[in-house]
Design a binder for this molecule. Structure first.
Ligand SMILES: [Zn+2]
Length: 199
């Protein structure tokens, strides 16, 4: 099993954020750039997967905002049956908690998403899991490009809300909070390897 890990959006180059929007400025309390956050989570996952000897590919190691088409093209070079795509994001738009999205109609994706949802709830028992992905209800599956165009099972995690002050202060902008997000992803990947890919 190869985990294809996608850090949504671009990073910072010479102090300049390479993606329009996708940030929240909390003034004296700090600022969050989604692409920087996503890269930090991916870096933490990659570090642990290396130690665990679980194969992975960092789909967009660049700091620039790699096009979605390019990300999918890179992913689709890997065998569909032996890999899954994991896209990391943080939400905005008013709300709280986290979501796990899946590629529509792919049952393997649903299995994987359920495991990620379980591990999220284990790590954050007092936080909300927003998506009931287990009931197959199509209106809760968004047609995200990376989910519909990748040929392997694919999921996308939206980790809390950048524009929720409590979640920003408590989780998204703290080392401990970021580590907990990394940890639930890694625990889920370990389970997916055994329970879905049988290796
Ligand atoms: Zn995003």
């Amino acid at each position: 099993m190869i985990v294809l890990i996608d850090n949504g959006h671009g990073g910072l180059i010479n102090g300049e954020y390479t993606t329009p929007g996708k940030r929240k400025d909390w003034g004296a309390n700090g600022i969050i750039y989604e692409g920087e956050f996503n890269r930090a989570i991916v870096a933490g996952i990659v570090e642990q997967l290396t130690l665990l000897k679980i194969p992975y590919v960092n789909i967009a190691p660049e700091y620039r905002d790699v096009r979605l088409e390019t990300r999918v093209k890179r992913a689709n070079k890997y065998p569909a049956r032996k890999s899954f795509y994991l896209s990391i994001h943080s939400n905005a738009g008013g709300g709280h908690g986290s979501e796990v999205f899946t590629s529509p109609g792919n049952t393997k994706s649903d299995k994987i998403a359920t495991i990620f949802g379980n591990e999220y709830e284990n790590e954050f028992p007092n936080k909300k899991l927003r998506t009931d992905f287990s009931d197959g209800d199509l209106d809760k599956e968004r047609r995200f490009y990376v989910l519909t165009k990748t040929k392997m099972p694919a999921i996308l995690t939206e980790n809390f809300f950048m524009d929720n002050f409590e979640e920003f202060m408590e989780i998204l902008n703290t080392r401990e909070g970021r580590q907990r997000i990394i940890n639930y992803h890694v625990k889920a990947i370990i389970r997916v390897r055994v329970e879905v890919f049988d290796v």
